[in-house]
Design a protein around this ligand. Sequence first.
Ligand code: NAD
Length: 485
Amino acid sequence: MIFNEVKNFINGEFKSGSSSKTHTVISPLDGGELTTFKESTIDDLNEIVNFAQKAQKAWQKVTIKERAQVFYKYKQLLEKNSAELTEIIYLENGKIHGEAKAEIDKAIELTEFACSLPQFVNGENMEVSKGVYCSSTKHPLGVVASIVPFNFPSMVPHWTVVNAIALGNAMILKPSESVPISSQYIAKLLKEAGLPDGLFNIINGTQSTVENLCDHPDIKAITFVGSTKVAKIVYQRASQNLKQVLALGGAKNHIILLPDAHPDMASSNIVASMSGCAGQRCMAAATLIAVGNCDAILDKLIGDALKIKCGTTLGAVISKAAKERIETYITEAEQQGAKIILDGRNTTVPGKENGFYVGPTIIDYATADMRVAKEEIFGPVLAIVRVKTIDEALAIENANPYGNACSVFTQSGGLANYVSENASAGMCGVNIGVPVPREPFGFGGWNESRFGSGDITGKSSIVFFTKEKKTTTKWNPEAGTNWMS
Ligand code: NAD
């Protein structure tokens, strides 16, 4: 084991879960054991919630400007520890160092937004009729929870943790059981930054832990990020228990390629999008819809994809099961008559023969009804569907149940606008492969990629993690002068 046992974080202390079930964390790089953790029980959760409630009651009385000071220190600690945090992500998730470092950079950027919250969290005040004033103020919810997936062990927890706490809440994080190590360092650094005990907590576990979070009466709000199947379960169960819920699900993102696209720009962006993080991004390019004759650009794209080297410029996928699932999709497409231009099956990396690698895969002449073109694969696989018109391309995009991202590559502003306006996706890109909105814009898809309203980051997170109070005030204009005379 490379790392010490992963523990829950309760009231500022690391403590093992009480369940007799132990979970082993495997490194995708070589299949080796990294660490273990004990699963958590309902008693563990009750203990966390009790401490969190007490801590939150005191924290909500601290001004937001003072709360933000903790995050200025935390940001410095992220910067100082960036190399170590990058290495942990590399080991537990299997992505390459550059991608792991990019996660820490993004965590820093998200923390900067939390530092700026005092500038955004202002209420409103207005004289609504003579002598009558209405004002609105924002208040924390209490104890909230965040359930996160494996693909961004540090960035996705930062989507919610820093804003929720800066806004006056206490947070319970449920890391992915596949990558629980990065979260241990979030706890360590938040404590070092001076965050009072009980405001940031970790509960480790799997399905039963998530169910306990959804059912706990003293948790006021839950955010979830993960697959659509589980997003639906969490959204329904936590809503049933009258919690505020935002559940982000899976994706199948479409790139609409027009023949007038800039060849270098289109090729490099699309290849980076389909292969980055080994295709395990909810914003990854998955289905490329080529409109008309795009052969010159597609040839360039294949050439760029050929330059990718597994283990160097392309990381591992999360598990043996994921590798097998991805390879099954490729085989099925081949059997259905699609053309495998670049085949990532049976890839091994010298020295890491037991690692879970899938090479970059490009499948041409897929049809919209093939599973490879319409289901989330979550691997470095690009399916190319060829159509004659933009409206045919949009019809395929619109028919897909997901709605996270859609990008168009063209040099025509009018056509770019037409696609962006008509795509059924929450995040659209023009000549960009991974159209992630940056703060203060919020991250969130449409359709089966999101359940609940609003986005998870940016200004939307202020709405999600606070409740608003409206106060109406009326004064007798004569009272003051009568008293004086
Ligand atoms: P997952 O749904 O398997 O797991 C997510 C979380 O849910 C984990 O913490 C896990 O422990 C828990 N969980 C798993 N099964 C459960 C069950 N039956 N009941 C209750 N809880 C359960 O997702 P994953 O494999 O970790 O992550 C990959 C998925 O996440 C992909 O579908 C990807 O598109 C999606 N994702 C979406 C976004 C977004 O913003 N929309 C961002 C990142 C990842």
